[in-house]
Design a protein around this ligand. Structure first.
Ligand SMILES: NC(=O)c1ccc[n+]([C@@H]2O[C@H](COP(=O)([O-])OP(=O)(O)OC[C@H]3O[C@@H](n4cnc5c(N)ncnc54)[C@H](OP(=O)(O)O)[C@@H]3O)[C@@H](O)[C@H]2O)c1
Length: 299
């Protein structure tokens, strides 16, 4: 049995599809948020996926979810958390508990979803937690693989959702630093495919896979692209990265969901740096621009 944390999310749902294609038995942990009309629990069950309802920050829930599983894919935790305590809990603390409980439960294979751009001294707190969580996984005794995707999109694009409040600001859109940091939006199905193809591939053990592209955008190019698609005419205003905190505080008072970490994220490279890596699956080559119209219509 394979436990998929985050199996109801954007990436997790794509992972489940790939697991189903391979006929691998899967279990999903979900908090089952929302009411019965919006719940995807019945659909998951109809698809033959086992469901455990609970919060992954609760060790008791993790123990129940892991029981009887030989593999864990950790794709849980929303990319965008505005509460700093929740951010640490979901991106770092959970990983410590999860690896501990997985070891006790006899899990042999562990695939961990991190983030392209995770680094020890990042300007983004989330990227720091993601880096620390990677170290926890690397120290664990089972066969691990770490997957570091850049910002991914499917029917939705969480990075764009996070950015929207800033893009809608008037009279200027603040851009931290030079705006030259790079991102490589990637199709979510490509990320899911790499994860599932890694699962029982000996060559993927102890590997860190970077997944991004095919197109690299600077933040300035990316914002221009979105402005074009959304017909936004507001001019950009560069702000020094070290005053991002102040800017976030000022804008945070007027616009919901603008906070320090988003401003930090915009200053961080999320692009592939490993030149000689061999992924266990080929990427489709699909580009964001092919999907952007539909994504924006769904906003
Ligand atoms: N989105 C990106 O562009 C991006 C890029 C790089 C890395 N990542 C990483 O990829 C992972 C998945 O991202 P995503 O965009 O697919 O997320 P998402 O669509 O926001 O879904 C989040 C998933 O995590 C689960 N989750 C969150 N908090 C939970 C909790 N306390 N207990 C149990 N389940 C919880 C949610 O389950 P329920 O709501 O059903 O409980 C849901 O299945 C995250 O670790 C994220 O940091 C994302």
């Amino acid at each position: 049995m394979i436990l998929v944390l985050g199996g109801s999310g954007l990436l997790g749902s794509a992972i489940l599809k790939h697991l189903q294609r391979q006929r691998y038995p899967a279990r999903v942990l979900t908090r089952g948020m929302g009411d019965w009309r919006s719940s995807n629990i019945p659909t998951l069950k109809q698809q033959g996926t086992e469901v455990v309802v609970g919060d992954m920050t609760d060790p008791g829930v993790l123990t129940k979810a892991i029981s009887g599983c030989t593999a864990v894919i950790h794709a849980g935790g929303s990319f965008f958390q505005s509460n700093p305590d929740e951010m640490k809990s979901v991106h770092l603390d959970v990983v410590g508990e999860l690896t501990r409980i997985a070891e006790l439960g006899g899990v042999q294979r562990f695939i961990h979803v991190s983030c392209l751009g995770a680094s020890e001294h990042s300007l983004s707190t989330m990227m720091q937690y993601k880096w620390q969580a990677e170290q926890v996984v690397k120290d664990a005794p089972f066969y691990w693989t770490i997957v570091r995707p850049s910002y991914f999109y499917g029917a939705s694009f969480p990075f764009l959702n996070a950015l929207l409040p800033i893009l809608k600001l008037k009279p200027v859109i603040p851009v931290p630093g030079s705006g030259l940091s790079e991102i490589e939006p990637v199709f979510v199905d490509d990320v899911a495919n790499v994860i599932v193809q890694s699962l029982y591939n000996r060559g993927s053990v102890s590997k860190v896979y970077e997944i991004g592209g095919p197109v690299t955008y600077t933040i300035l190019e990316f914002i221009d692209l979105i402005k074009d698609f959304m017909k936004i005419k507001t001019p950009l205003m560069h702000i020094p990265s070290d005053s991002a905190d102040k800017t976030a505080k000022v804008f945070g008072k007027i616009v919901k969901n603008v906070h320090t970490d988003l401003i930090g994220l915009l200053s961080v490279d999320s692009s592939c740096k490993q030149e000689d890596q061999e992924l266990p699956a080929e990427l489709s080559g699909l580009t964001l621009e092919e999907h952007l119209g539909a994504i924006i219509q769904n906003l």
